[in-house]
Design a protein around this ligand. Structure first.
Ligand code: AHR
Length: 659
């Protein structure tokens, strides 16, 4: 996070007289209360809005394995003599392309890939091209690899061109690094079949798993993530990382549900799956939305580790999406019927934590991570409800608990934020002794205003809360805007206040490509080269970066009545960093003066404020204007152990006082 240092902003005054305070925030600073879980604020990743292929996953080519269907050449333009064949070297992705001599001196054979809404290239950056290829007749051929601007005015469409000589009749992987001399959002990749001497191909070449990655990925992994997007996740300092969804876990049909075992092992042989969001909305339809699973469970675990978050996989409970399928299309609610789903859970725990001599632990080690990933949590079922779910989740979680009592199990209260199904969901989860319950609420501003005390009355003896998907939607038709994010900030204070019962919270959805979204708002938007961290992202980041270790009892002299705008505040202690942290949100249209009294401490050290100005209702960070809303840091002078400040209209301020 880049924070501008402003020296003693005029809004903060140490000399403000007591009587002028509209609000006094009293913090029991010497009495650390409930522990705030390290998992308190996190991120929820789902492959919606081209979040994986075309987003976080670094692959730049679409349909690299020719498995998209019904058109196996989707994303490609073929020219000359091109045939799709299906007896390739990777049994789970059997299709490949045969390129043969075009049969005329001035005719050429080849392929052209359009990428995801084009291929984004940066000037002077390097890109690793790779292909599995063979010359089945044994006659050496050359594959000419070009980066092109098909619709430019230049004499030459290609601006990079390199040749790869293929001499073997056995399948082999070839690769070459291409350096781009230009920045472009929408380049294409073109491949020509050439003879050994570089003229039109005079033989046959088979090509499969054709791939192009930036060399400079997050942490430099070859099968890596797009760096700016992974960096945005890291910068939040998330405590937990939930994956792989969402509805995608359920699938629109049983066959297209997310199956983690298909997402591990060599990338070339991870079978393609339809993306459930391809066809969810006819008004935002994406026939080319598939899951290559190049970003699979190994990569999710690794990313969790690298961004410092606890991994939290969610697995299918033997049910498809209830909205789309009603109550009938599920696996039988018997131990036998659910065996594959139980096995998926237990095998996943072995994959994450098992010894390298176990079947799945061995695979993890072979993939590059002999040390366990230290999995502690497992979600069973996403957003399902009523009896069909209750029956199945009991059978699956009983079996998982028996095998792995050390794993905390997360059930769900379904898609509703309250009401009958929500209530019976919670009852069932209590009865089944789920460790946490995943609640979802995409709601409007009025709902958020009325929920500012949501968790105060929650049962302290039942399961803990995982607010697993939420966002303030307000107008809905926005990328994200300040006017809604301010209510997310105010609401999150109540999560923190109730950290004894709320153990995790993750905003959703996380990512969206500006040209391929199905759902908004989202936390981070991007095109092929740029990304924007939204106001909601910054709200999440400020909470997560300043979550503290213990709740401090906080009272306001002028508490805001339910459903109204006002001033909201909550404090915590960070015993590791030696900081008192007070978060204040003013949702009103007018500024308020606030005095914070840190009770029970004799003195405090330096104080700073990080301010997020959300007062311009319609303002949003976009890829064209990514820094319209960013946190600003300033120093404040304390008056003994009191801090006086004016909180401008619709501002969220984090005050950090050193001990
Ligand atoms: O985040 C988008 C969707 O909202 C998720 O897939 C689902 O769990 C919820 O309905």
């Amino acid at each position: 996070m880049k924070l501008k240092k402003i020296l003693l902003c005029a809004a903060f005054s140490a000399a403000m007289p007591l009587a002028a305070q509209d609000n006094v925030v009293t913090v029991e600073a010497a009495k650390p209360g409930s522990v705030i879980q390290p998992t308190m604020y996190g991120i929820f990743f789902e492959d919606i809005n081209y979040a994986a292929d075309g987003g976080l996953y670094g692959e730049l080519l679409k349909n690299r394995s020719f498995e998209f269907s019904p058109d196996h050449l989707m994303g490609w333009q073929a020219f000359g003599k091109v045939e799709v064949k299906n007896d390739g070297p990777f049994d789970k992705n059997p299709h490949y392309v045969r390129l043969s001599c075009a049969g005329h001196n001035d005719m050429w054979t080849g392929l052209q890939n359009e990428g995801f809404f084009g291929i984004g290239l940066k000037r002077d950056a390097e890109y690793r091209f790779s292909v599995w290829a063979r010359v089945p007749e044994g006659k050496a051929q050359t594959l000419r690899v070009q980066l092109i601007n098909e619709y430019g005015l230049e004499e030459h469409q290609e601006f990079v061109s390199k040749d790869i000589k293929v001499t073997s009749s056995d399948w082999k992987k070839y690769s070459v690094v291409l350096k781009s001399p230009r920045t472009m959002q929408d380049a294409n990749l073109r491949l020509f079949l050439c003879s050994e001497k570089g003229r039109n191909g005079d033989g046959v070449m088979d090509v499969e798993h054709i791939s192009l990655f930036p060399v400079d990925t997050w942490m430099g992994h070859e099968n890596g993530m797009r760096k700016d997007l992974a960096q945005a996740l890291y910068d939040m300092r998330p405590g937990v990382f939930r994956f792989p969804g969402g509805c995608i876990v359920e699938g629109a049909t049983m066959d297209t549900r997310y199956q983690w075992k298909n997402t591990v092992g060599p990338v070339e042989n991870r079978p393609l799956n339809k993306n459930r969001w391809e066809s969810t909305f006819t008004y935002r339809y994406y026939p080319d939305y598939f899951q290559s699973y190049g970003l699979g469970f190994y990569e999710y675990f690794l990313l969790s580790e690298e961004i410092g978050a606890e991994p939290l996989p969610v697995l299918n409970v033997g049910m498809v999406c209830q909205f789309q399928n009603g109550d009938d299309a599920h696996a039988p609610a018997t131990e036998a019927g659910l065996k594959p789903f139980i096995d998926d859970c237990n095998d996943l725990i072995e994959f994450a934590n098992g010894d390298v001599n176990t079947k799945w632990g061995k695979l993890r080690a072979e993939m590059g991570h002999p040390a366990p990933f230290n999995l502690k949590f497992l979600g069973i079922g996403n957003e399902q409800w009523a009896d069909p779910y209750f029956k199945r989740v009991k059978i699956v979680s009983d079996a998982v608990r028996k095998a792995h009592p050390e794993i905390k199990i997360i059930g769900t209260s379904g898609p509703d934020s309250e009401g009958h199904n929500f209530d019976i969901g919670w009852e069932a989860m209590k009865e089944q002794k789920a460790d946490l319950v995943d609640e979802h609420f995409y709601r409007n501003i009025d709902w958020f205003k009325n929920q500012m005390n949501r968790y105060d009355e929650y049962d302290r003896k039942g399961p803990k809360v995982f607010a697993g998907e939420y966002a303030c939607h307000d107008k809905g038709k926005k990328y994200n805007h300040a006017g809604a994010s301010i209510y997310e900030a105010a609401f999150m204070l109540n999560l923190e206040k109730n950290a004894d019962v709320v153990h995790m919270a993750t905003y959703a959805p996380l990512f969206a490509h500006v040209k391929g979204w199905q759902w908004r708002p989202d936390a981070i938007w991007y095109d092929n080269l740029r990304s924007a961290r939204t106001a909601s992202y910054w709200v999440q980041a400020l909470f997560s970066q300043n979550k503290g270790t213990n709740v401090l009892t906080t009272s306001l002299s002028n508490p805001t009545p339910k459903g109204e705008d006002g001033v909201f505040a909550q404090a915590c202690l960070d015993s590791k960093k030696g900081e008192y942290i007070v978060k204040v949100v003013n949702t009103q249209e007018k500024a308020e003066s606030v005095r914070i009294d840190l009770k029970g401490v004799k003195k405090i050290g330096a104080v700073k404020a990080i301010t997020l100005d959300l007062s311009d209702y319609d303002l949003e960070n976009t890829v064209d204007n990514p820094n319209a809303i960013t946190p600003q840091e300033s120093a404040i002078k304390a008056d003994g152990t009191s801090i006086n400040l004016t909180v401008p209209a619709k501002n969220f301020i984090v005050i950090i006082a050193n001990k």
